[in-house]
Structure formats: structure tokens, C-alpha cells
Design a binder for this molecule. Structure first.
Ligand SMILES: Nc1ncnc2c1ncn2[C@@H]1O[C@H](COP(=O)(O)OP(=O)(O)OP(=O)(O)O)[C@@H](O)[C@H]1O
Ligand SMILES: Nc1ncnc2c1ncn2[C@@H]1O[C@H](COP(=O)(O)OP(=O)(O)OP(=O)(O)O)[C@@H](O)[C@H]1O
Ligand SMILES: [Mg+2]
Ligand SMILES: [Mg+2]
Lengths: 227, 227
């Protein structure tokens, strides 16, 4: 379902060339539960953004469901994202002027779901995240961990086939973090392909497949070849 | 050195009144190393912002070095902050248009330190944080954990008497997180008063004094009365 072939991503800063990713090849099968760990700056977020069609590689190819997405135009990328991919950003990217409720509803609005079908789904998703009494708060009226949970609710509201989560428990205490991991693993039970970037080994070790990155490369893979 | 007396902080959201802090009284002596833990939404960041003169309580008083700071005007608050307090924000608040170097130099610039005195100090601070090869990157050109370390470097550059750190390792792997904690504890050795909000029990348990918050109140304090 996901195939990365020789993916490199370089950034230019002044006369310095940063190799954020350096020749990453990876196959991830449908329904797989993968964790990605590694030192700060090792390329985890960069890899996740390419998987999420939020960034293009400098070289290499990305096949999503056998379709070469590498050269899709912006519009086609956005469409594929809306339909197939949920993304939890390391720093959430919530819309400041919208309430928690409207932030979570946004993908449904963008895909034309009528209001009466949206409301129950949004409420239920926020309840699962323990935010029932915060639905009318805007992001600046929420704690760090509450914002993180709104971002997770938004990423899952469309029941995407693929969920990419960048440090989804980084701002959560043990109990809330466990609730989030339980909710994500329930989605794996329902067949979602889940890729979680995490710094927490207790969370990373729960995945069926564990990948470690160092300096823009895959240094370890508990399931090389994806099988 | 720090005395909070009956501190409450309420927020109004529509017709809902949120009790972020509910009658918190706390004495923190000079040079103390304190950790604050508790569930997401329990009031940790709110407490830290009041301690950092970034927010005013709804009721109660805050004495800093025996001076009642509760009713200081904005200008006096800003001055006290610049001179006495370093703050590491949960979400960093770096200046997007400035490089890592200039972000860390900013407090020195604001306090009138000449360039020749600034440069070595800023470089050294960034080196300690493992960012020597990222000094010319702007925040958007840094990984999450790299931004976090720039925020920590900026908070400590003025050698403040008090350092308030909100989840300083939330986006860091074990090794970088350990480097950060080592650097902060070296400052405690030099006499700094350190208050760390954290969700990581391995980090929270290292503090000489451990406070747990629940629902806007201090639920546990390993050193009640501050002694
Ligand atoms: N836009 C950019 N321009 C220049 N360099 C960049 C850019 N984005 C990322 N980098 C660099 O690429 C490397 C990988 O960044 P990335 O954000 O993928 O790391 P990460 O593994 O997610 O780190 P963390 O655990 O700290 O979040 C870092 O060294 C970073 O400085
Ligand atoms: N500006 C605001 N308006 C309304 N409610 C607020 C505001 N800021 C915070 N709150 C609420 O106050 C409570 C405490 O927030 P705070 O940010 O202090 O929590 P926290 O302990 O730091 O949580 P976390 O661990 O998730 O960062 C939360 O329930 C939050 O929703
Ligand atoms: Mg990252
Ligand atoms: Mg907080």
C-alpha cells in the first residue's frame, strides 16, 4: 500500500545542504502498525510529511496504493490527503479562530458532509478524547495536551485508511497518553494503517513493526521488507 | 523568594467559568529544584505563567523576593521578567523571522549587551544544546526538538535567578532529554531556582521537591511549606 523508493530530502540553508532524509526505501502493508523512533533531528517528521503528501522528496519515488504520487500536482495531492490520510502534526496546526468542535468538523465540512451527519460524529470523537466539556473552547483556551487531543480527533474524523501521527502523546500525562494510544489501536483493529512517530519507548514498543532512524536513514527495522 | 497566597485563576468561556487554578498557596525558597506534574488540564501551565509574571491571578497575591508583584503594571512586569526570570514555553514562542542565534541573543539585545559580549555567550549556549550546526536556521528550518532546545537556550542566556520550564523535554528523545536535564541541573548547582513542569516521571522524580496538581489545586507536595 505504501512504497518509498530511494527517498532523499535535502534542504538548502545558506551554503549548507542539510540531508534530512538520505536514501530511504520502505514498504508498509495495508493495516500495518508501525512506530518510528530516533534522535531529535533524525528525519522522522520529514519522512512523515512525505508519506502524508505534505512535502515532495528531492529524489526517489512514493507509490501510494500502486499510484506514483511523486509528481501529483497540489490539487491532486490535497484530494488524496482529504480522502485517504489523517495527519496529526507534532505542533497540531489547529485553526486559531475555530472552536475545538469546528476544528474537528473541518474535514467533514470540506468533503461536503451535511451538518446533521457531522454533529454526532464530532461530539463522539471529542468525547472519546475526554474533551466533552471543552468543545466550545478555541485553541488558545485549551491546555497543551487538550490541543493535542483535538488534533488527534480531527485527524481521525474522516476514518482515513492511513493515519500518520507525529508525537501524539508528547504533551500528555500517562493516563491521557494511554487513552490516546488505546483509541489509535482500536483503529488498527478496524484495519487502519497506523504510523506513529514517538520519543516514548513504552509507546514505540507496542507497534507490530518498529523502525529506528538515525541521520536521515533507517538504521533498524524489526520487519525489513515490510513482511 | 517565591510566595503564592490563595492564588485562583478563572477563565470565562461563554457562560462557562473554568477554574484553571483554585486557591493555590505555595512557598518556594531560593535555589530550590521543584517539579510539577499532573494530568493534562490540571493547571500546570497556568501556574507557571503566573509565576513568570506572564499572567495575573483572578484573586490572591504573588510575592517575589518579598515584593508584591500582583498589581505591577505591564512595564514593571516586563522589566522584572527580563532581569530575574527565564521561561521555557510549552510551545517555545520563538521569533519566526530570526535565526536560532538571533532568537537566543534577543534577551541580551533587549538588555543592552554589546555585540562582542553577546556572540561567544550565544554560541556557547547553543553548543551545550547540541545545536552548533543549526545556528543560522530559522525555526521553520528546525526539527521540533531542535526548536525546543533553542527555547531553552534563550531562557537561560541571561543567567536568570529563576528558571521556569514548561515540558522542556516533551519533543526530545532520551539522549537529548538527558542532555537538557543535565544542563538545567548544572544551573541548580550554580544556585538557580528551577521549577520544571513535566509529564515524564523519570524527570519529575529527580527534583528535590515534587508537586502534583489535580483540577487546579496542589494535591501532593513532597515538601509542604517549602522547607
Ligand atoms: N525546512 C528545513 N530547512 C532546513 N533544514 C531542515 C528543514 N526542516 C528540517 N530540517 C532539518 O532536517 C533534519 C530533520 O528534521 P526533522 O524535523 O525531520 O527531525 P525529527 O526527527 O522529526 O526531529 P524531532 O524529534 O526533534 O522532532 C533536522 O536536522 C532539521 O534541522
Ligand atoms: N485562556 C483560557 N480560557 C479558558 N480556559 C482556559 C484558558 N487557558 C487554560 N484554560 C483551561 O484551564 C485548564 C488548565 O490549563 P493549563 O494549560 O494550565 O493545563 P496544563 O496542566 O498545563 O495541561 P497540559 O498538561 O495539557 O499542558 C484547562 O482545562 C484549560 O482548558
Ligand atoms: Mg519531529
Ligand atoms: Mg501545559
Amino acid at each position: 500500500m505504501i512504497r518509498l523508493q530511494g527517498i532523499s530530502r535535502y534542504f538548502q540553508v545558506g551554503d549548507q545542504s542539510v540531508h534530512a532524509l538520505d536514501g530511504v526505501s520502505l514498504d508498509i502493508g495495508a493495516g500495518q502498525y508501525v512506530s518510528i523512533m530516533g534522535p531529535s533531528g533524525s528525519g522522522k517528521s520529514t519522512l512523515l510529511h512525505i508519506l502524508g503528501l505534505l512535502d515532495r522528496p528531492t529524489s526517489g519515488r512514493y507509490f501510494l496504493n500502486n499510484r506514483d504520487t511523486t509528481d501529483l500536482d497540489e490539487r491532486a495531492q490535497a484530494q488524496a490527503r482529504l480522502e485517504q490520510i489523517g495527519f496529526v502534526f507534532q505542533f497540531f496546526h489547529l485553526v486559531p479562530r475555530l472552536t475545538a468542535f469546528d476544528n474537528v468538523a473541518l474535514p467533514l465540512v470540506l468533503s461536503g458532509t451535511p451538518p446533521e451527519d457531522r454533529n454526532d460524529r464530532v461530539r463522539q470523537r471529542l468525547e472519546v478524547m475526554g474533551l466533552a466539556d471543552r468543545i466550545h473552547h478555541r485553541p488558545e483556551q485549551l491546555s497543551g495536551g487538550q490541543r493535542q487531543r483535538v488534533a488527534i480527533a480531527r485527524a481521525t474524523i474522516m476514518n482515513p485508511a492511513i493515519l500518520l501521527a507525529d508525537e501524539p502523546t508528547g504533551n500528555l500525562d500517562r493516563a491521557s497518553g494511554k487513552d490516546v494510544v488505546d483509541a489509535l489501536e482500536a483503529l488498527v483493529q478496524q484495519g487502519i494503517t497506523l504510523v506513529v512517530v514517538t520519543h516514548d519507548p513504552d509507546i514505540g514498543s507496542r507497534a507490530a513493526r518498529r523502525i529506528h532512524m538515525v541521520d536521515g536513514r533507517v538504521a533498524e527495522d524489526s520487519m525489513p521488507g515490510g513482511l
